[in-house]
Ligand binder design. Structure first.
Ligand SMILES: *Cc1c(COP(=O)(O)O)cnc(C)c1O
Length: 368
């Protein structure tokens, strides 16, 4: 047995892959503003999405998001719903632009889901896949067999379940590059101008569930296939400032507070430094230990989602149960891969990683 959580008053740390940890400062501010936002006498939840208060909240959120990612002026930022899952269909519906083929790179379960959905709309060329090694790495660019007539190239820059991250930006020439950045957007700077479209569900590294953010280059808007439902046409959302229908107002508000929290901490370059430090603490320990194991190729190890296994069989349930007593929550790996997974999003403080390491060391000593 490991010792119980040292101090009953010490914080708990939430390692969930999503919905996930939010900055304590943001939650505290939301609590303070819950019943009366800035003297309006209303909660943000009660406001009209067309009223001046909420319009201010939404436009500041967009401006701060643009500033953090340095999004060029020829890109629209859309605040949508339906999760990353709905983007799996909105992307082919809008970006095929009369073509019949798209390239997809498969690095894990989320890539596979995107591919399966796209196949309902077009011919999918799987340009590269890491299925041969159980999705524990990402194929190098020179192994990508891109087609000349593809409407776009889609890849998943961070596989949340497998913990495989691609740190370089693929080169696709004139063919628009599309990325599912759901679980690592805002974890480091990216060059948005290299992409045609970027999308992310908010509930990993942005804010609460219910909001999905799409960054899309202007020239890719307005080409939805005939028969595309109104709500699935990027042009409708772009022309209406993401307010064609009622947007997820409270989720946008909380995301906006997270953007201000990120700016106050020095923006994405500063976040990247912290994320390198936090993830290295855990990976270094996993590599030094004979008790724990990281399955992912070193050059593709995600800074956000870190799966690991115990080398001894039959201890997983004990590990999770004792971690819970220690205040370390939601460490169970995804049901499709098993083992453990620690998600270290922006809002996870370094103290949370240190607490996890301390517990893992004690558990190793007690069970080796
Ligand atoms: C969570 C996740 C999804 C699915 O997100 P939903 O919001 O549940 O639709 C898709 N892709 C990646 C990379 C994810 O992490």
């Amino acid at each position: 047995m490991t010792s119980p959580k040292p101090d009953p008053m010490s914080p708990v740390y939430n390692f969930s892959a999503g919905p996930a940890v939010l900055p304590k400062e943001v939650l505290t501010q939301a609590r303070e503003e819950m019943l009366d936002w800035h003297g309006s006498g209303m909660s943000v939840m009660e406001m009209s999405h067309r009223g001046k208060e909420f319009l201010q909240i939404a436009s500041e959120a967009e401006a701060d998001f643009r500033e953090l990612l340095q999004i060029p002026a020829n890109y629209k930022v859309l605040f949508l719903q339906g999760g990353a899952h709905l983007q799996f269909s909105m992307i082919p519906l809008n970006l095929l632009r009369g073509r019949s083929k798209a390239d997809y790179v498969s690095t894990g379960i989320w890539s596979e889901k995107a591919i399966a959905e796209a196949a309902r709309f077009c011919e999918v060329n799987v340009a590269a896949s890491s299925a041969d090694r159980n999705f524990t790495y990402a194929p190098a660019q020179d192994a990508w067999q891109l087609s000349a007539d593809a409407a776009y190239v889609h890849y998943t820059s961070n596989e949340t379940i497998g913990g495989v991250e691609i740190f370089w930006t693929p080169e696709t020439g004139d063919v628009p590059l599309v990325a599912d950045m759901s679980s690592h957007i805002l974890s480091r700077p990216i060059d948005v101008s290299r992409y045609g479209l970027i999308y992310a569900g908010a509930q990993k590294n942005i804010g609460p569930a219910g909001l999905t953010i799409v960054i899309v280059r202007d020239d890719l808007i307005g080409h939805a296939a005939a028969g595309t439902p109104t709500m699935l046409d990027y042009r409708i959302h772009a022309d209406n400032g993401s307010m064609y229908n009622t947007p997820p107002t409270f989720a946008i508000y909380i995301a906006g507070l997270v953007f201000k929290w990120l700016k106050a901490r020095g923006g994405l370059a500063a976040m990247e430094k912290t994320n390198i430090l936090k993830s290295a603490l855990l990976y270094d320990y996993l590599d030094a230990s004979d008790f724990y194991h990281s399955p992912v190729a070193v050059e593709n190890r995600s800074r956000m989602n870190i799966p690991f296994t115990l080398n001894k069989a039959g201890l997983d349930a004990d590990f999770l149960q004792q971690a819970g007593q220690y205040g370390l929550l939601q460490l169970k790996g995804h049901k499709l891969v098993g083992g453990m997974r620690a998600s270290l999003y922006n809002a996870m403080p370094v103290e949370g990683v240190q607490a996890l390491l301390q517990f893992m060391q004690e558990f190793e000593q007690a069970n080796a």
